[in-house]
Design a protein around this ligand. Structure first.
Ligand code: ZN
Length: 211
């Protein structure tokens, strides 16, 4: 089984998640917007990080990834459709008026639809869910009925589509065809704010719902 921990990072309160294989302590870090709190967490828990991944290329999701890689010596797996955002990270920081230099992380592994991320005796599956950004992916833990959804779906809301490369029609299709087909009890870990479930959003989400 996988345990998923949420660590809010950056002024945007982005939920970095750390996935831990309960049997081996091996772990994966997802959406490392800031390395400091994540490194503290890994050390306090005595975890063995193997990989860092990201749902998409926005600054609050990958801004701390280069520093994390340097500290831990682990590879970064990233969807190639968001490479322009990843490589433009310093520019994103300037748009947002953030002080100091932000380094674009190198991506050693390309994440694509249907890939499986294996760590210890656990695995999560990759689904491509464009709309918020062109390359956005989500990660599904089928055994534990959980989804790490980045900025696709939130409790009572959806990801914004007015940023460069965004498309509401694509986002709607991603949610209906990739997310709402999952079992309704699936717990959704969102990029911002509280968790929700697929069933709750499919029935009540004001932006994209079924039926
Ligand atoms: Zn985003």
């Amino acid at each position: 089984m996988v345990t998923i921990h949420e660590i809010p990072v950056t002024p945007f309160q982005q939920n970095c998640t750390v996935w831990v294989c309960d049997r081996t302590g091996e772990s994966v870090v997802c959406d490392c917007g800031d390395a400091g709190p994540v490194l503290d967490f890994l050390e306090r828990r005595g975890l063995t990080p193997r990989l860092v991944v990201a749902t998409h290329g926005h600054l609050d999701h990958i801004g701390g990834t280069a520093a994390l890689q340097r500290a831990l010596g682990i590879p970064f797996a990233f969807p190639p459709g968001d490479d322009p955002l990843r490589l433009g990270l310093p520019e994103q920081a300037r748009w947002l008026g953030l002080p100091g230099a932000v380094e674009a992380p190198e991506a050693e592994v390309a994440l694509r639809e249907g890939d499986r991320i294996r760590f210890g005796e656990s695995e999560l599956r990759v689904y491509e869910t464009p709309g918020h950004t062109p390359g956005h992916v989500v990660f599904h833990d089928a055994e534990g009925a959980r989804l790490v959804a980045g900025d696709v779906l939130f409790r009572g809301s959806v990801g914004r589509t007015d940023l460069p490369g965004g498309s509401f029609e694509q986002l709607r299709r991603s949610i209906v065809e990739k997310l709402y087909v999952l079992p309704p009890e699936t717990v959704v870990h969102c990029g911002h704010g509280p968790t929700t479930t697929i069933g709750h959003e499919a029935a009540t989400n004001p932006f994209v719902r079924l039926g």
